[in-house]
Design a protein around this ligand. Structure first.
Ligand SMILES: C[S@@+](CC[C@H](N)C(=O)[O-])C[C@H]1O[C@@H](n2cnc3c(N)ncnc32)[C@H](O)[C@@H]1O
Length: 302
């Protein structure tokens, strides 16, 4: 395929799994697949029920995670979430921590699946603090942590005010420092007349998105979109420069990368790096910044 860029070198989905074997093994996944004449399984990524069953099956098969999503909520795609976790692993190596260090991270807006925290805990035994403002998502996230016996590693924090990122959480944990924070912010700008149809891609140059649009409006949109949400994270990070060693966020629109870099630069935050998360036809971006001068952020690919 033209211009197809690769996933992180350690991403297990760089080689597509054997979906035929998985359809034989997982009944619920089999129900949403179609068998083609050549015997191969066809997955309709534009169908929400298919995406749900696919993500649930992949989490079960590769991470022994049993995850339920709140009805109508965002269905996370696993290759992208894994690309982000692998990038964080790379960034954490820059800290040159002793091997026995207990890694602590914050997941801003964990969603109903709590997918990043569950993956980080199951894969790396990182201690995760998952922040969420939506009550329905909180209930499911708590259930998902319990169902996977990960309560020792994942702690859910109810964010009572959506405008706040760290204040209440850090007030509740005054003496704890964290190695990183991660975030998949609400992408769309709720102040636009038609937020979900706003043109964010250069349609002439790129193929249309392959996955269907999932998630409640509240999860996907906020005033000012992802740039404003990330701006709040940056402003809060300035208030707590030592509380988190590496602040990070994902961005869904390429145009947001330059805008966020400009915000960081205007604030004279210079220990910064960016990355691309490539998943076949979908690309997302990652930005990291730090107030520490003990290490220099840069991308480590191994
Ligand atoms: C795009 S979803 C990401 C969900 C999940 N992390 C994922 O990647 O699938 C953003 C989530 O952030 C939550 N959220 C929005 N504002 C928040 C805030 N100030 N603090 C914590 N969570 C927030 C939303 O309710 C939603 O669940």
């Amino acid at each position: 395929m033209k211009n197809k860029r690769l996933m992180h070198p350690r991403n297990i989905f760089r080689t597509p799994p054997d979906y035929t074997a998985l359809a034989i093994k997982y009944k619920d996944f089999r129900k949403v697949c179609k068998l083609e004449l050549n015997g191969k399984v066809y997955i309709d990524y534009r169908n929400e029920a298919t995406l749900r069953a696919l993500t649930q099956m992949l989490l079960e098969e590769f991470f022994q995670l049993h995850v339920e999503f709140a009805p109508g909520s965002l269905v996370p795609t696993l290759p992208l979430r894994l690309n982000y976790i692998l990038w964080l692993e790379d960034l954490i190596t820059l800290l040159k921590l002793p091997v026995e260090t207990v890694i602590r991270g914050i997941d801003i807006g964990c969603g109903s699946s709590c997918i990043y925290s569950l993956l980080a805990a199951r894969k790396n035994a990182w201690h995760m603090h998952a922040l969420e403002s939506n009550d329905g998502n909180l209930t499911y996230a708590e259930r998902n942590v319990e169902a996977n016996q990960l309560a020792q590693l994942v702690d859910i924090f109810k964010q009572t005010d959506k405008q706040i990122i760290f204040k209440d959480f850090f007030n509740a944990k005054p003496d704890v420092n964290f190695h990183f924070c991660l975030c998949n912010p609400p992408f769309y700008d709720s102040s636009l007349p038609n937020p979900f149809n706003a043109k964010t891609r250069n349609e002439d140059k790129r193929t249309p998105p392959h996955n269907c649009h999932t998630g409640h409006n509240e999860e996907l949109a906020c005033e000012g979109g992802e740039v404003q949400f990330v701006q709040r994270i940056i402003e809060d990070s300035e208030l707590y420069p030592q509380s988190v060693c590496i602040y990070t966020t994902m961005l869904g629109h390429k145009s947001s990368v330059a805008r966020v870099m400009e915000i960081l630069s205007k604030k004279l935050i210079t220990n910064v790096c960016t990355t691309e998360f490539c998943q076949g036809n979908t690309t997302r971006w990652g930005i990291a910044w730090s107030f520490s001068s003990d290490f220099k952020l840069h991308n480590v690919v191994n």
